[in-house]
Ligand binder design. Structure first.
Ligand code: KG4
Length: 350
């Protein structure tokens, strides 16, 4: 292995086209992002084919920009890391094939990176001294997982959502309230404004189901349905709904589902470091509640800054470094996978 390692990384699993250049794992030399969110907003969610086409259209220019801003040339690249799962197949394939072409042309290793492992690694960039083991909650648009991170590439799922992801639930709630896509940031802002104006977060009683025998599993679909019913009821009765209060009650409920489970899992699995990852980690209520709980329980809390919570390629390059060190390589037959658990054996890749 080189003493200095430059990894060129690519992320195209959903609607963010992203390319980064990473130095020795954690140092970001450049990180370029083209968010397609506006192009999907009018459809109320991500349209897979539009996402794939946009990735194909911008990935070349983003790559040039990433090299320029990192101050390197292609020949300085030691390895290419790419998100290969989970995500939208067509979208993933754009990145995977671009990565293959680059690795082939430069004759450097190709490193497959699991998207969720990337989200965890965003914290290594934000906190240079952070090392496993720790307990990690991943809350994104597609996943809600509580994991035991024993090593950089040794991750075990100990709890998960049985149905919708937390982010999906934010998006759906915002959609029925007519607040657009993605819903998380707008609902968060509404809830914050509500509390700032002296509103309260207990106007609406929303469900937080417990799954018998699985203390770390979660369910968000009942919460989603409850919001849909509240909105429809108000519409039928011609009542004006207090959307800000609903947003505050909603954020509180999601937080009440997440925080106690994570704190209990930290005790059971013997962790005093708690790491939060994924887009929903940007939520102000969830952040504040975790900060309070961690302090009360004497745990150290790590939450990446907002810019590293969402999808980006720097986190993929960072995890790619640790995968590379663990001997993970892909061949030119690397495929993309719509679903894959973060602790699944990557058959044929190792
Ligand atoms: O991690 P991410 O960028 O993409 C996935 O890999 O899924 O997460 C996107 C999700 C969306 O559902 C979005 O609504 C949610 O994160 N999100 C938020 C906030 N910012 C983004 N949810 C709640 N509060 C926020 N401030």
């Amino acid at each position: 292995m080189h003493s200095v390692m430059i990894i060129f990384s690519i992320e195209t699993s959903c609607d963010e086209s992203a390319v980064a250049v990473m130095h020795d794992g954690r140092e970001v030399l450049s990180s370029e992002l083209f968010s397609q969110a506006d192009m999907h907003a009018m459809y109320g969610g991500v349209v897979p084919e539009i996402a794939s086409r946009n990735h194909a259209a911008v990935i070349g220019r983003l790559s040039e920009l990433a090299l320029k801003n990192a101050g390197i040339s292609k020949s300085d690249i030691d390895a290419v890391a790419v998100t290969f799962a989970p995500g939208l197949i067509g979208a993933l394939l754009v990145g995977v094939n671009y990565a293959k072409g680059l690795a082939l042309a430069l004759d450097v290793p190709l490193i497959p990176v699991h998207h969720i492992r990337g989200h965890i690694a965003a914290n290594y960039i934000a906190f240079p001294d952070l090392e496993p083991p720790f307990l990690c909650l991943i809350v994104s648009g597609g996943n809600s997982l509580i994991t035991d991170v024993r090593g950089y590439t040794d991750i075990k799922i100990i709890g998960r959502s049985r149905d919708d992801a937390a982010g999906e639930c934010f998006d759906k709630a915002a959609r029925v309230l007519g607040l657009g896509y993605p819903g998380g940031p707008v609902l968060d802002k509404l809830a914050q404004d509500n509390l700032a104006q002296g509103g309260d977060d207990s106007c609406f009683e929303l469900p937080h189901p417990v799954i018998e025998g699985f203390p770390y599993d979660m369910s968000f679909s009942g919460l989603k349905t409850a919001v849909v019913n509240i909105v429809h009821n108000a519409e039928q009765k011609g009542k004006v709904l207090d959307a800000a209060s609903l947003a505050a009650s909603f954020s509180r409920t999601v937080s009440e589902i997440l925080v106690p489970r994570v704190m209990a899992a930290a005790v059971e699995f013997g962790h005093d470091k708690i790491v939060i990852a994924g887009g929903v980690a940007a939520n102000s209520r969830i952040r504040a509640d975790f900060e309070k709980a961690a302090e009360e329980n004497g745990c150290k809390l790590f939450i990446p800054p907002l810019g590293l919570c969402g999808d980006n390629a720097a986190m993929i390059g960072c995890q790619g470094y640790y995968e590379y060190r663990a001997g993970v390589r892909a061949g030119m037959d690397l495929d993309a996978y719509a679903t894959m658990d973060v602790d699944e054996d990557w058959i044929g890749l190792r």
